[in-house]
Ligand binder design. Sequence first.
Ligand SMILES: NC(=O)c1ccc[n+]([C@@H]2O[C@H](COP(=O)([O-])OP(=O)(O)OC[C@H]3O[C@@H](n4cnc5c(N)ncnc54)[C@H](OP(=O)(O)O)[C@@H]3O)[C@@H](O)[C@H]2O)c1
Length: 303
Amino acid sequence: MIRVLVTGAAGQVGQDLLDVLAGGTPLGGDPSFQPDGLPIGSDEFAVMGLTHHDLDITDPDAVNRTVAMARPDVIIHLAAYTAVDKAESDEETCIAVNALGTGALSDAAHAVGAHFIAVSTDYVYDGTKQEPYVETDATNPLGVYGRSKLAGEELCRPEDTIVRTSWVMGVRGRNVLHVIGDRVEKGEPVRFVTDQIGTPTFAADLARALIALVRRRPGGVWHLANCGTTSWYEVARSAAELFGAPADFVTPILTSELTPAPAATRPAHSSLSTAKWEAAGFTPMPDWHDGLARFVRDRSLRP
Ligand SMILES: NC(=O)c1ccc[n+]([C@@H]2O[C@H](COP(=O)([O-])OP(=O)(O)OC[C@H]3O[C@@H](n4cnc5c(N)ncnc54)[C@H](OP(=O)(O)O)[C@@H]3O)[C@@H](O)[C@H]2O)c1
């Protein structure tokens, strides 16, 4: 059995990853998506999933103790300070979690000979490129969250695997699709921006892709997101339609029209190319429309 330690186990990716590591299919998932062509057995992994309550990653002694006791083969590091706007006025905490916490986990992984996989973000880019980013493109984060995640990447070692993902949505997570679903149920129309372009990523699909990286342990930076580039407006419009809303339910607006203006500046165009993933022989990630349809199908089943 491969011993896997997961941080951020109660987060939206963490919950789905724990299901997948146990050989199951999370809500919104597709068991036929096999990134490396292999099924996932229920006895392939021995898993230790750690929530914030179990381990505060800003405590390096606790990190070292926990990793030394668990002696994992692989650590998948998902724990993060993900409140992008709040981070602008809470930089110290954000850096402590996303940068220093990641560095401490990388060090602890190496002390026990474990492979370290850290999940990072499209917000390391400034969004000025007009086509999808590739892993070798220059980084230039626009806000505290992006800077903290990039600093975390930089505290990792070359042999670690860094996964940059974007616009993550899980059926059991807190995300914009639940806001849209709730608003459709209440008949309250919504407004979404047309000028933020990116790549939605469904947590259940990301979780399956991470399994392939646990097996292969490639090292280096990898983009992992569902296929397709779109705007938040288009995601919201498609979701509202699937939730049964009328055609004019979502109003297109510009970021400059958001009230109140968000504290953090987000990249205008941060879609992620997964060409490296495909060139390495992995199955292409499912199209985001497919992930969205599964999300809507399973939303009412969430606990
Ligand atoms: N969500 C996105 O759109 C998105 C986009 C790109 C990249 N990512 C990255 O993908 C990864 C997974 O994201 P996610 O959406 O699953 O995030 P999430 O749902 O916000 O989960 C993050 C988890 O980290 C925990 N955490 C926070 N501070 C911690 C600390 N000091 N010690 C231990 N645990 C702590 C949180 O626990 P509490 O809630 O109890 O504090 C939460 O359970 C993260 O690395 C994130 O940066 C996310």
